[in-house]
Design a protein around this ligand. Structure first.
Ligand code: NAD
Ligand code: DAU
Length: 352
């Protein structure tokens, strides 16, 4: 039995990861540590909450006492750090919390894991590992050609990506300085169930269903490389089990699409399946995001060659599955879009 300390497990990718792992393995224990910020939602984990191999601790990853107590009480084998402030637009209006959570929180986790796993000077218990869940945004932006490789220099532009690049560098520094066992994964844009509707796909889905404007930043020709969330979960599982100590693995499925294509795909799906009144007339081109990265594209060859990873869900199938999930889970959408979300939405999109 291996015990995973999963942070941020009540967020979008974290909760999908926990469900994926508990579904796949009987010999895995998961402790989910999440502060339950606006983005964390225990409703996501209803299907596993009574699983004897799952437990939840509400704590902030910056809280040294809370994190050290978890390590003192349980022998942890792996730490997977999903916990983060994850939304680029929020980082533009309020960068400070991104430094606190993403940088200081990561360093607190590293310190606690290092202390708990240490068996001598720069030596650690066998089989332990810290995995930092990072993003392709640390590489900056691409022009029309080329892809991000693990060797691409870090060149973050937004406060969000700067905070993620900083945390990656701390993880690397702990490996280089203390021989602390780590991997870093850098994934492209995820989509799937439980994504908070501040992000493009669930936001456009929700607005289309409620006949609101569909805000497209700038000319809508920015390109993102979309990956179904379970394929990201599979990659993390494989890196934990087979990743070479100290290595970075890029994760992406060569699914590059301009934002306007995503928006039109969602409109078409709702028009066909739910409401014939919706249409492209609802699209509203609004002021561009400051410092908006033009194109992301991952080269996933390293993880394919080294670990045999490949994406299983193609975009055409994944997007339909995702949009159907949101239609079937309107109660979930209603719960997460009440309260704080309304304030955020009104402030973010007012005057655009
Ligand atoms: P999310 O915003 O949906 O979830 C973040 C989770 O972290 C929430 O449950 C929140 O409550 C928790 N959290 C925030 N601050 C915390 C703190 N101080 N202590 C403990 N918990 C805290 O994010 P997501 O989209 O699921 O992303 C998860 C991770 O994956 C992030 O590190 C993000 O940078 C990375 N990532 C995301 C994507 C993507 O497309 N969403 C792609 C690549 C990498
Ligand atoms: O690339 C991985 C990253 O993907 C992750 O590290 C981040 O945590 C995650 O949030 C995501 O970042 P993006 O900024 O790419 O995702 P977002 O859904 O916010 O936006 C996707 C694209 O759509 C982006 O080019 C901005 C645009 N957009 C977004 C919103 C919310 C719009 O045009 N209109 C919108 O209302």
């Amino acid at each position: 039995m291996k015990t995973y300390l999963v942070t941020g497990g009540a967020g979008f990718i974290g909760s999908n990861f926990i469900i994926y792992m508990l579904d796949k393995y009987d010999d895995v224990k998961i402790i989910n540590v999440d502060a339950l910020t606006y983005a964390g939602n225990l409703e996501n984990l209803k299907s596993v909450e009574n699983n004897p191999n799952y437990s939840f601790v509400q704590a902030d990853i910056r809280d040294d006492k809370a994190i050290s107590e978890i390590f003192a009480e349980t022998q942890i084998d792996y730490v997977i750090n999903f916990a983060a402030e994850s939304h680029v637009d929020r980082s533009i209006s309020n960068p400070d919390i991104f430094v606190k959570t993403n940088v200081l929180g990561t360093v607190n986790l590293l310190n606690n894991a290092k202390k708990a796993w240490s068996i001598g000077d720069d030596q650690y218990r066998d089989g332990v590992k810290y995995l930092q869940v990072s993003t392709d945004e640390v590489y900056g932006a691409l022009g029309d050609e080329g892809f991000f490789m693990e060797t691409t220099p870090l060149d973050p532009h937004s406060p969000y990506s700067a905070s993620k690049a900083s945390s990656d560098l701390f993880v690397k520094a702990y490996h280089d300085t203390y021989k602390f066992p780590i991997n870093i994964t850098r994934c492209s844009n995820n989509y799937g169930p439980f994504q908070f509707p501040e992000k493009l796909i669930p936001l456009i889905m929700n607005n289309t269903l409620s006949h609101k404007d569909l805000p497209v930043y700038g000319d809508g020709m920015q390109i993102r490389d979309w990956l179904y969330v379970d394929d990201h979960c599979k990659a993390i599982d494989m890196v934990i089990r087979g990743g070479v100590d100290g290595e970075v693995y890029n994760v992406g499925g060569h699914n590059e699409r301009p934002n306007i294509f995503i928006v039109k795909t969602i409109i078409e799906y709702i028009k066909e399946n739910v409401d014939s009144e919706v249409g492209e007339h609802m699209i509203k081109y609004v002021t561009d995001r400051k410092g908006h990265d033009r194109r992301y594209g991952i080269d996933p060859q390293k993880i394919k060659d080294a670990l045999g990873w490949y994406p299983e869900t193609c975009f055409e199938v994944g997007i339909k599955k995702t949009l159907k999930w949101y239609l079937d889970n309107q109660e979930w959408v209603k719960n997460v879009t009440s309260g704080e979300y309304q304030h955020y939405y009104d402030k973010m999109y007012a005057g655009k």
